[in-house]
Write a protein that binds this ligand. Structure first.
Ligand code: ACO
Length: 325
């Protein structure tokens, strides 16, 4: 039992749709501009009162059902998110409670949009080390709550949603390589200034819109392409495969031009790239597991396929994982 496999996937997207045409009424933009520059047509927005743990719970139930796992079998719950319900307790504890997963400990992992792959890496390591047998890994985000809907350079990109996988020890190969990277030098290019210990929530910080995401899109774009390309090549090499062995590339759904750059770097045909960016936009840590679940449930990703995930996010953080499904 020295392998670690994904044995089930699940996802949840809110019903409420915010289309490019809706955004045209909110900021100075156009469906044509957003479509051409990003590939996004619409994104989902959580209803009032619905938080990251609620969507994460729904996605987790589906992943548990798909894998035939009872919540009591879980040893750990790891949640990648930049939009936890609260600063304390962790979303991991809230999901543990909702699932009644009484034998699991839970925690959150903040790595920006790379949160899911970071969480997958930690879960993989815990199982490899023999300290856990079954782990629920969740990516869930309510980014609409940290969006400035007067800032057209960010609000057109992001949406809400959740995805989850059950990781298990296995006799069959699963995760073949997992490479993570970080560089904190450029943290100010993508961050949320307020609400932490540096600029605590106050009347003034709220008036300054400090609790909204700030991003220098042009620089982030350039660094994201370079980093994701490098990470994918590293993960392919460490997995001992060739790029052409990849059956499906599932990148962080940030911008279609970034996805295309990674696909071209790997020299993969168009039909080996999975994208649902047009429907959901960028859902940060939820992006890869939401796309993975859709790929699995639609039959695009099948048992035995080799998948490549690659991510990039605030920090900066980035990485790539090769998985045999
Ligand atoms: N509608 C219309 N015009 C706009 C909009 C908009 N929504 N936003 C910006 N513009 C304008 C700009 O003001 C600028 O006008 P100017 O030339 O008169 O100054 C022009 O369009 C071009 O702006 P750029 O910022 O250069 O546009 P770019 O082609 O870089 O696209 C975008 C902007 C879409 C944000 C792009 O930079 C991007 O996708 N960056 C990466 C963002 C990303 O993926 N972040 C997340 C990664 S990490 C994570 O997921 C958190």
């Amino acid at each position: 039992m020295n392998h670690v496999r994904i044995i089930g996937t699940g996802s949840k997207a809110p019903d409420k749709v915010l289309s490019n045409h809706d955004l045209e009424k909110m900021v100075e933009t156009s469906d044509e501009w957003i479509t051409a520059r990003t590939g996004i047509k619409e994104r989902r927005i959580a209803e009032d009162g619905i938080a990251s743990s609620d969507m994460g719970y729904d996605a987790s139930l589906k992943a548990l059902e798909a894998s035939g796992t009872d919540p009591s079998e879980l040893d750990v719950i790891i949640v990648g998110t930049v939009t936890p319900d609260y600063m304390m307790p962790s979303t991991g504890c809230l999901i543990q409670s909702k699932l009644k997963a009484k034998n699991a400990y839970g925690f959150d992992l903040a790595a920006g949009c790379s949160g899911f792959l970071y969480a997958l890496h930690v879960g993989y390591g815990l199982i490899k080390a023999g300290t856990a047998k079954k782990i629920l890994v969740v990516g869930t985000e309510t980014l609409s709550r940290i969006m400035d809907y007067e800032d057209r350079s960010t609000c057109i990109l992001f949406g809400d949603g959740a995805g989850a996988v059950v990781l298990s020890e296995s006799e069959e190969p699963g995760i073949m390589s997992s490479c993570l990277n970080a560089d904190g030098d450029d943290w100010e290019l993508l961050y949320i200034p307020g609400g932490g210990s540096k600029i605590p929530a106050s009347k003034e910080s709220i008036e300054n819109k400090d609790h909204y995401m700030k991003m220098n899109g042009r620089d982030v774009f350039r660094i994201a392409v370079k980093s994701m390309e490098a990470a994918t090549m590293q993960a392919v090499e460490e997995a001992g495969i060739k790029p052409e062995d990849i059956d499906l590339l599932i990148p962080h759904q940030a911008n279609f031009r970034i996805l295309e750059a990674v696909r071209k770097r790997l020299n993969l045909p168009e039909d080996r790239l999975f994208s649902n960016l047009d429907k959901y936009g960028n859902t940060s840590a939820a992006s890869v597991p939401l796309a993975l679940d859709e790929a699995v449930r639609s039959g695009r990703a099948k048992k035995g396929d080799i998948l490549l995930f690659t991510v990039f996010g605030g920090g900066f953080t980035w990485g790539a994982t090769v998985v045999r499904l």
